[in-house]
Write a protein of this length. Sequence first.
Length: 287
Amino acid sequence: DEATDPSISEENWECIQQFCDQVNADTEGPLFALRLLAHKIQSPQEREALHALTVLETCVNNCGDRFHCEMAKFRFLNELIKVLSPKYYGIWSSEKVKSRVTEVIFSWTVWFPQEVKIQDAYQMLKKQGIVKEDPKLPEDKILPPPSPRPQNSIFDTDEEKSKLLARLLKSNHPEDLKAANRLIQSVIKEEQEKSAQVSRRVNTISEVSENVKRMDELLENYRRHELSSADQETLQALFQRCEKLRPLLFRLASEAVADEEALAEILQASDKLSRALGQYRQVVASQ
């Protein structure tokens, strides 16, 4: 209550730090903390909600894996989505609060690419038109990565960028802080593009595998003359979809040239697809 007190204009960092310490000390701290924070973020008082979002971001940076694990569950993400959704509290939540919630979820998609539910939640908001474009963070707001950062972050693999960022963040000059923020934003964009590529690849390979399996089953029934007219239509639709997946796999292979493991997965999926299409032509189209 003290950390999110709407009567104070500035953040009470002493209370926020004590809250983080309590979260870390209690076995069920993350679970209880997120319940309380969700309630405060949904407050009709703008200042209370904004303070709660600051507490949330501070917990993300200070409360480790247990907190991240609870935060990345739909149980909590849905509470944030309610603040944005016009079906719930979006009709009366202030634009400032909604903008901040969007920034928070967006930043998590970058720093926690392995958390599929966060990615799904953000993509759902975009699909429904609640989030129309990725938020652009203000120039004077530094967005440091949470601790620990996901493995293989560009700041981990690019030593030059990492050193430059460290130097800029240590500076007291406003221009250097703005430069640091621009660097972080460029890395966010680069990592988001990488994450999107991985997501496209995984989804496409999964779709190929499912379609090929279903086609094999239907073709087997077709050979036995046991296929209903509805299943014949399904088989034809699968064939047409698989035809469209071929150029998509080709593009994915072009994107993954530098990643041998990913390229091998794509080529394997391409082989499966070619075999299934060939069998369809041999068994169905010939008749």
